[in-house]
Design a protein around this ligand. Sequence first.
Ligand code: M6R
Length: 608
Amino acid sequence: MCGIVGAVAKRNVVPILVQGLLRLEYRGYDSAGLVVVSDHKLHRVRSTGRVAELAEKSAHTTGNIGIAHTRWATHGVPSERNAHPHMSCDLIAVVHNGIIENYEELRTQLTAQGYIFGSDTDTEVIAHLIHSYYTNGHDLLGSTQAALAKLVGAYAIGVVAADNPQKLIGARKGSPLLLGVGEGEHFIASDMSALLQVTQKVVYLEEGDVVELALADYRIFDAKGVEVKRPVNISELNNESVELGEYQHYMQKEIHEQPQALANTLESVCNSQSLIPGIFGAEAADAFDQIDSILILACGTSHHAGMVARYWLEELAAIPCVVEIASEYRYRTSVANPRTLVVTISQSGETADTLAALNHAKAIGHLHTLAVCNVPESAIIRQSKLRLLTRAGPEIGVASTKAFTTQLAALFLLTLVLAKQRGKLDMQQEQQHLHDLRHLPSAVMAVLKLEPEIAKLAKQFADKHHALFLGRGLHYPIALEGALKLKEISYIHAEAYPAGELKHGPLALVDKDMPVVAVAPNDTLLEKLKSNLQEVRARGGELFVFADAETRIHSSEGVHVMQMPEHAGFLSPILHTIPLQLLAYYVALQKGTDVDKPRNLAKSVTVE
Ligand code: M6R
């Protein structure tokens, strides 16, 4: 959940570290810090605020080698003393992303050896451990390797020593870290967006790798300590894809990128005449032949995508499907069916709960695994047999938008491929679905035109403390997603219910101060939904309805109708997501919250 950057160069690395942290701020933003080595001393600057504050504080700091960190607090409150880098005896400095599970035991041992702790973090034990080996004759690489052998938990780290201005050590296990290769300079970072300012060349470090960076070269050692070569890749990302451009916030940019993100995700199928299992990997056809059910595991927004997929999979492919929150599944006793396809969904591919749920599923006997994910080199992709990459591009706003709609597109493809393989889809139906998918990006573009109208509507939410979201069937998860977006970035308490459930309790909450947002597609449940809306109106509730054309729901006293295009059939949930994203965004603007970095949250949740 934290972001780390490190650099060794002939130039001053402080601007590179700061610029890198700005790119990684989505990973955590409660404090930040950096350290550089110069004149055989560690020069550390830390701040409790955002990276911008650190940039000001470090404006006069210079050095050719350094490490930096932006934090999402796990152990110890956000404060300067808990901000990274952590140091041992002014000799060793460490930045860390992850959690050291045995830190209490190590802290006790190190305290007994005379080490004095200056923070409440788990990270500080790493600095003291490395120091203890370093002052006992090991070099920086050997000391780091020896210290890592004592750690239980997850880490990506960067290490420097005051008396060694030539070497920077990086290591990863369970948390992401990559190596950037420059001309006579080298870097480490949690993700590539931090390094696009200096290089496109990247080495994806593997689990357990330790890397020693110097100006001229670098050496990588695997988990067994054996020196290894890893391929140098050219990153497909460019600076433009991680810059704000004409938009006020990343969330707004990412909402508007959805037509392109969907087109990219669907590119391989939309350009072909038929659907083939091969899009999920070479072994997909065989695997799909062997399965009789689906288990979807995910968290947050990705879980909502799974909930939509369940409706599709059962209706179109006639395959039983269960969707579980990953953090619940991993700790519950469940019965593995080796004929189940376990599908994990994750934007980042590094969500700790989803990854652990995947590994738990494998451990209890599940054989078939498939990941729907936005990050090609992520742990979830690497640990799954089959995969479909969403090609949404980097998603930087903490509130997930384009990742969600592209996940839906990918899961719809999975549904169609399984339906076809199970004989539930004739050629005409297949062609119709492919036609609808090709049309999807322009359909989303049309819905985005509602933006000015939604911006006006949002003003009516700014003074509200609660909101209800209603949907039915396929659109119930969309109501859940709309409520999550609103609460996440505007801090308005929002809940979603299947509209038919209202009268079983939540209706008691409805009064003139409770706005009720309804997702109203023109589908078979429309008349039922209309009755539910009448129930709300009769109790004085104010309705905000996103209604498809021809639903015959009209604006009137206490009823505000946003006109959506014609009903898009099975793809309707994707279209109905867009106005709810925009609503949350404009309500947050009204409330003046930090849209891209809402309080207490971080983008990649790499801790339990
Ligand atoms: O990277 P993942 O898709 O695995 O992340 C899962 C959730 O943490 C994420 O969707 C979260 O709920 C978002 N902030 C929602 O906008």
